[in-house]
Design a protein around this ligand. Structure first.
Ligand code: HEC
Length: 250
């Protein structure tokens, strides 16, 4: 992972932090609907195309290829898969156009989202995409869900353990989930996590010392941070570490 790419992701994430999260990735997993289900109409994408060309095209190029194709293909998927369309929409609406964020009507942003979905090869369907649909639609590769990529901001739940050399590790961890909020979860969110069962994975925690790990040793914790996938040495560049419950019962 290039360091500046991590910093870009962080900067964009920080921009989005002020926006309350509505509808979690978990909602979409539960609903089971993905971008492959024909979630927008061809007519809507056509409308979105005009709006895109006027407001986005000058920077992102008419064919979505601007900024190393950040809106298209592999890079689009790397940034948005294993998340809901709502996250994509919220980021787009709150940060774009870069020179006038939030300046378009909400329905225009939805149409633009339809155009971007079309440009990424997701099929159209009979009905247009609606704002209310967004939390229930998951962005996913053609072959189904897969592991979050290196550099993704992730949320993990597991047990906080101190190793023999003083290194901090998350054991019995769940597969990392996408999050767009790098900072501490609120008490309600932590309470929900309390119900989630533990997993079987192990992740190293980088810079754990900044997050007072001694006071959380042996606890069931939530760790957030940037994922570094490295078989045998998977780890998280931490942005938050919080106790869910004292003790990590099995
Ligand atoms: C003035 C130039 C400009 C305009 C106009 C503009 N953008 Fe952007 N946009 C950017 C830049 C710069 C980035 C960051 C690119 C990077 O990180 O490499 C960006 C990033 C994005 C991202 C985040 C991509 C990601 O995966 O992190 C989205 C989504 C996006 N733009 C959508 C839009 C849409 C939709 C419009 C039109 C409503 C638009 N932009 C208009 C300059 C612009």
């Amino acid at each position: 992972m290039r360091k500046h790419a991590l910093i870009d992701t962080l900067a964009l994430t920080l921009l989005c932090m002020a926006i309350p999260e509505r509808g979690s990735a978990q909602d979409a997993i539960d609903a089971g609907k993905t971008v492959w289900a024909g979630v927008y109409s061809a007519a809507q994408a056509e409308q979105g195309k005009s709006a895109y060309q006027a407001s986005c095209g000058p920077c992102h190029k008419e064919d979505l290829s601007g900024y190393e194709s950040i809106l298209k293909g592999d890079r689009f998927m790397e940034h948005w898969r294993e998340d809901t369309l709502l996250s994509f929409f919220t980021t787009m609406k709150s940060t774009m156009p870069r020179d006038a964020p939030g300046s378009l009507n909400e329905s225009v942003y939805v149409d633009i989202a339809a155009f971007i979905l079309q440009g990424n090869g997701f099929p159209s369907g009979p009905a247009p995409l609606r704002k209310d649909d967004l939390p229930g639609i998951r962005v996913q590769g053609k072959s189904g869900p897969s592991e979050l990529p290196t550099g993704a901001l992730a949320q993990l739940v597991g047990c906080l353990v101190k190793g023999p050399k003083g290194e901090w590790t998350l054991t019995l961890a769940n597969p990392p989930q996408r999050t767009r909020n790098p900072s501490d979860s609120n008490p309600q969110e932590l309470k929900l996590l309390d119900a989630s069962p533990l997993g079987t994975r192990t992740y190293g925690l980088m810079d754990a010392i900044q997050y007072r790990p001694d006071s959380k040793e042996g606890h069931k914790v939530e760790a957030k941070g940037f994922l570094i996938r490295d078989p045998g040495n998977d780890r998280i560049n931490l942005t938050s570490l919080q106790t869910i419950t004292a003790g990590c019962g099995r």
